[in-house]
Write a protein that binds this ligand. Structure first.
Ligand code: GTP
Ligand code: MG
Length: 191
């Protein structure tokens, strides 16, 4: 079943987080990796989340409501060098406490560019995820830019580095991996 997504609100301060106790799945990844594009694919409606060629577009926790009684949360992208020190501190003030303390958080979808290994910023996040111990789906994005061989290589390189994890190749352009992504979300929400 497809859950329609609708934009609920942008949260800039922790005290503005929803208080209805609905479960949440958040989407993490560095700036420009394709978080908003993935949300638009999930949404059926195409222009829900703002896409930009300019990294650092998403600066708040953006909440999307679904027909399935849970929220999808688009996190600010990390690792974008041109955001000011103040801006980075702001991410840390918002995203760090959210990840560490939000009891509604049931799963994290971690995006990585399928075309290369983790870049700076990813490493700290990947380490944090290993320690977190909750449900994580790793999504290798922009897979349309790889050949069929390149896709196989990307998956095996990931498995070699991180072991047996939930991982999918994804393309917001072709829809590759979308069904697996939806199935994972359903499984996490239903358990
Ligand atoms: P921030 O909001 O800055 O953190 O970035 P984001 O992770 O939300 O990335 P966004 O979805 O805005 O995409 C960044 C750029 O990558 C845009 O130019 C997208 O069109 C492009 N892009 C995203 N997903 C894909 C994909 O699956 N395939 C291809 N070819 N391009 C993609
Ligand atoms: Mg975005």
């Amino acid at each position: 079943m497809k859950d329609e997504l609708t934009f609920l609100k942008s949260v800039h301060r922790l005290r503005d987080l929803p208080r209805d106790g609905l479960p949440e799945i958040c989407i993490s990844g560095r700036s420009n990796v394709g978080k908003s594009s993935m949300i638009n694919r999930l949404a059926i409606r195409r222009n829900l989340a703002k896409i930009s060629k300019k990294p650092g577009k998403t600066r708040s926790l953006n909440y999307y409501a679904t027909g399935g009684a849970y929220y999808i949360v688009d996190l600010p992208g990390y690792g974008y060098a041109k955001v000011s020190r103040e801006q980075r501190k702001f991410f840390a003030d918002l995203t760090g406490p959210y990840l560490n303390e939000r009891s509604e958080l049931r799963g994290i979808i971690q995006l990585l560019d399928s075309r290369h290994g983790p870049v700076s910023g990813d490493l700290a996040m990947l380490e944090w995820l290993q320690e977190w111990g909750g449900n994580v789906l790793y999504v290798l994005t922009k897979a349309d830019k790889l050949s069929a061989n390149g896709r196989v290589r990307a998956l095996s390189a990931f498995a070699e580095e991180y072991g047996d994890k939930d991982v999918v190749l994804f393309s917001a352009v072709t829809g590759m991996g979308l069904d697996d992504l939806r199935r994972w979300i359903r499984r996490i929400i239903d358990t």
